[in-house]
Design a protein around this ligand. Sequence first.
Ligand SMILES: Cc1cc2nc3c(=O)[nH]c(=O)nc-3n(C[C@H](O)[C@H](O)[C@H](O)COP(=O)(O)OP(=O)(O)OC[C@H]3O[C@@H](n4cnc5c(N)ncnc54)[C@H](O)[C@@H]3O)c2cc1C
Length: 365
Amino acid sequence: MRKLAADQIAPHAAAVDDEERFPVEAWQALREAELPGLPYDEELGGSGGDLLSQVIAVEEVAAACASSALVLLVNWAGTSTVVSHGSDDLRAEVVPGVASGEAGAAWCMTEPTVGSDLSGIKTVARQDGSDWVLTGQKRFISNAPWADWYAVLARTGEQDFGVFMVHRDDPGVSFGPHEKKMGMRGSPTADVVLEDTRIPARRVVDDPKQGYRYINAELNVSRALIAAQALGIARGAFDQALAYTAEREQFGQSLSRFQMVRGMVADMAVRIESARALLYDAVALIEVGDPRARSRVSMAKLLCSDNAMSVTTDALQLHGGYGFTREYPVERMMRDVKITQIYEGTNQIQRLVIAKDAYARQVRS
Ligand SMILES: Cc1cc2nc3c(=O)[nH]c(=O)nc-3n(C[C@H](O)[C@H](O)[C@H](O)COP(=O)(O)OP(=O)(O)OC[C@H]3O[C@@H](n4cnc5c(N)ncnc54)[C@H](O)[C@@H]3O)c2cc1C
């Protein structure tokens, strides 16, 4: 993964960011290495990789190009509810194309007025004969409009939600303009608009009243992947800082010889390794279905993204004025990493999850 990312992804990362374009070269390289199929079973066209292998893959891609890592992991998130709860027919319809990289996937929860509090979702799905008809607007959807499949969380009753697999060619599907973002500029982001979008019943993920529960269950995995993405960006920035400080000289010697620089480098290393250790711990709990996984992965997402913000800021600082220019990748990394503190549940929301679990455990003990 490291070699693939260094040879085939990193060389294009600056252009992808500058031109705000889809990372075509990276996607091609990832497809050739059969990475899009990593998490899926072999009978669905995948290679059956466990969560740890997905986390490692995402870290390595993100160290070279965070946008490319986002495209990859959002494909996996977009198909996760189908894999876990979809019928055999729906799995066969959606997953093999995504596993081969021929088709793309996205997941759609956020709306113009709904972000952290998903219970306010306004997109509705109503049953009409054997079909379902969806109307609503989803905001900030990664991989839109590039993706073919959209896992849409929509209201089916007062307190009920379902997950519906909408295809980009379905009637009434349209997309908003490309969001102009601070970072992750190679990852497409747009609104997904559904106007009386009619889909057949087979595209509902199992029980149309349990969608919220399905999505919630998948958040453990998707948060681990976002944590891995943040970790990868931090490691990429750290590598850049090491190389730069080893080469640049001031006051007649290499920057790397100054104690204050060494202190910063040591702190960055500790932030990266402690974040990775917590992430791997969360992954181990997720893999065995341990109930502590929910809180632990929130801790990992929080620590990986907050530490990565700090590491990228320090990496830029160690580049001096050059770090502030686009000649070096650290300014891109610092811009890219900010969103990891926001999406997949903001870090305030992660803190709420962690604290809720801590109090619940205290009551039980
Ligand atoms: C580049 C990008 C890609 C994205 N990709 C996707 C995607 O693929 N699919 C998707 O569905 N969404 C996606 N999102 C949306 C993202 O998940 C949301 O932006 C995020 O969940 C926060 O929601 P919000 O923006 O509405 O902020 P709000 O919920 O309005 O929050 C605003 C601020 O208030 C704080 N806040 C809110 N509630 C509380 C509380 N109870 N206690 C303390 N503080 C609180 C938040 O932490 C935040 O700081 C993406 C966003 C971006 C920018």
